[in-house]
Design a protein around this ligand. Structure first.
Ligand code: FAD
Ligand code: DLZ
Ligand code: SF4
Length: 547
């Protein structure tokens, strides 16, 4: 029997279900570079280059093992530009008896695969993605038809199931979650470690040239490309992270600093999501670092929680709740995405720092995504679909299974609380506490109103006022709503008016900065948002407002 095994660009591991029973004497592995996948959203140039280079390297490795690989390049004559078209052409070339493929990471491709069963005229076997630690069916059974699904409960179950950081039935160190130890700001003068980058080799240089020629108007630049594009490189980078960064990862997980996009983060999202690394192996390696005394528990637990907890949880949630999940809009957000998300042209320094890094590296770390670009989109009431598209475009690690729950649920609260019990809304005080951005900003984080006031300040209160009907009785927002109750009606109206004036200026596509003429300088002493805990981070049902 001859099997045609279609390997998608984010399934680059020898252990993927598609390849487990491969018969090298008869089978063919099909890999295709197709325009439709590069353009269904206009991915960052580095994401396309990373994936094409990783695909070409992986194909060469399979070939080196004596496996027959049919690799279709983007510029190959006759390339139809789609998975379906290339499957049809490959069927004509190889006359296989059946097709084997592993389930994809996006609903839209899942639907395509269902159609192949009807349309291709031969058996199509779609296998479970065996890279994840929680199979889709198990998550669905856990989720049932519950309306809200909390990460922390799921995470504890995964710790028990995998035995990671467990002493028998108890969590190592007597606690499940060391989140309170994961929120330090970076001390002034703190010297960050050098990160390991991988300058483009000949294969990457060739695909970068292809991407620049074929997708010139896509977001982002390729000059700083430094992603690992093989499993060997990804392992080298990860070992460097374990030795140099993991021991401080937990402390500074939520910190931000101008000109320092990476801090102590692992930079493994792109490699993990494409299959160059597996979640099980990175969690076990981190656990070993703790058990051998190479890294402290709060750092190792903080790291494992992101992968065993958040990553598995968002993937489970995506498949359990799609396709309806993407359509909700609990806060009726409808404003257009401001142009500066693409151009970086804004005088809000926090946003311009995060967007510039994103354009240069196809990367921003979690707190930048959540509490800067995400927080602004939430407070400004940007339409979820537009924010989701932006996040899917701009990061090298972006795939809908992981991007959508993070944006739709965690950032925008568009799911009305399926994922988080309250929105992560925060004023400028949070950004000031966790970064040095405010020191070089055209706005003043200490000012609550007036042309120089930090827009996050009045947008935060205007957001809460706007959504009082929906959020006012949320016990976790009791503090800020009490502060709003104490304001008189004129003050509330002034906040709303100031926020509206600012948001209306976003619509004209102009770079956003403090207006040059004095306007609306009501010196209203808005209250400081209540500071609950320093630099709170998302933590499932334990969240505290990072105001
Ligand atoms: P580290 O901070 O070093 O964390 C290690 C790993 O933990 C990450 O590589 C990732 O695999 C996992 N992880 C951490 N947080 C999350 C999370 N919330 N959800 C899932 N996995 C997590 N991650 C993606 O992989 N793709 C996305 O498209 C994506 N979009 C996001 C959008 C928003 C609005 C937010 C708030 C987060 C998003 N994340 C996404 C999660 C997280 O920001 C990235 O995984 C992380 O920044 C990648 O960099 P790193 O490898 O240095 O991560
Ligand atoms: C993201 C992406 C891009 C840009 N190009 C390709 C491609 O040419 N061929 C391919 O097999 N996969 C590509 N991918 C990854 C797919 O979009 C991904 O497999 C689906 O989104 C399902 O997760
Ligand atoms: Fe951002 Fe406000 Fe700080 Fe400027 S003052 S960097 S806009 S939080």
């Amino acid at each position: 029997m001859r099997t045609l095994r279609l390997l998608l660009g984010d399934q680059l591991t020898r252990r993927i279900a598609t390849l487990t029973d491969l018969d090298p004497d008869h089978d063919i592995v099909l890999m295709v570079e197709v325009r439709a996948e590069a353009t269904y959203v206009r991915h960052h140039k580095q994401k396309i280059a990373f994936l094409f280079s990783a695909m070409r390297h992986f194909a060469a490795e399979l070939d080196g093992e004596g496996i027959a690989v049919d690799y279709v390049r983007l510029d190959a004559p006759g390339n139809t530009g789609s998975f379906t078209g290339e499957l049809e052409r490959a069927i004509a070339r190889h006359a296989p008896d059946r097709i084997v493929v592993t389930e994809p990471g996006e609903w839209r491709v899942w639907e395509m695969m269902q159609a192949w069963r009807d349309d291709l005229g031969l058996p199509v076997e779609i296998r479970d993605d065996n890279r994840f630690l929680c199979p889709r069916a198990e998550f669905a059974a856990w989720a049932g038809d519950r309306r809200s699904l909390r990460m922390e409960t799921f995470y504890r179950g995964m710790r028990r199931r995998t035995g990671l950081l467990m002493d028998g039935a108890e969590p190592v160190g007597g606690r499940w979650n060391f989140d309170p130890e994961n929120r330090k700001g970076l001390p002034k003068g703190h010297i960050l470690p050098e990160r390991l980058g991988f300058p483009p080799d000949a294969v990457t240089r060739e695909v970068i040239a292809l991407v620049e020629a074929e997708f010139p108007d896509h977001f982002g630049t390729t000059e700083a490309f430094a992603w690992p594009v093989t499993r060997g490189e990804a392992l080298t980078a990860f070992k460097h992270f374990l030795a140099v960064c993991l021991p401080s990862f937990g402390d500074y997980q939520d910190a931000m600093r101008s000109g320092a996009p990476f801090l102590y983060h692992a930079l493994i999202g792109a490699a993990l999501n494409a299959g160059l690394l597996t979640p099980g192996e990175v969690c076990r390696a981190a656990e070993r670092a703790y058990r051998t005394g190479a890294a402290p528990l709060h750092c190792v637990e903080g790291f494992i929680r992101q992968i065993l907890g958040w990553r598995e949880y968002v993937r489970g949630l995506y498949w359990a709740r799609m396709p309806d999940y993407a359509t909700s809009n609990a806060l009726a957000a409808s404003r257009d995405l401001p142009w500066f998300y693409w151009s970086g042209e804004t005088e809000m320094n926090c946003l311009s720092q995060c967007i510039d890094a994103t354009r240069t590296h196809a990367y921003a770390h979690h707190i930048q995504r959540l509490m800067v670009t995400g927080n602004f989109a939430l407070l400004a009431g940007i339409a979820p679909a537009q924010v989701e598209e932006w996040y899917l475009v701009v990061y090298a690690d972006a795939y809908e299974w992981v991007e959508l729950p993070n944006v739709h649920g965690m950032v925008l609260w568009a799911d009305g609380g399926v994922m988080g019990s309250k929105p992560y809304a925060a004023s400028g005080a949070y950004i000031n506490r966790m970064s040095d951005y405010c020191r070089s900003c055209a706005y003043n984080v200490a000012q609550k109103s007036g042309p120089k006031a930090c827009p996050f300040n009045y947008l935060y209160w205007a957001f809460l006022i706007r959504h009082a009907d929906r959020l006012g009785d949320n016990p976790r927002l009791a503090m800020p709503y009490r502060a709003i109750e104490r304001m008189d009606a004129a003050r509330r109206a002034a906040i709303v008016a100031e926020a509206s004036r600012f948001l209306d200026r976003l619509g004209d596509g102009a770079p956003v900065g403090p207006p040059s003429t004095e306007q609306g300088t009501l010196d209203l002493a808005f209250p400081e948002p209540p500071t609950a805990r320093r630099g709170a981070r998302h933590q499932g049902d334990q969240t505290v407002s990072p105001t």
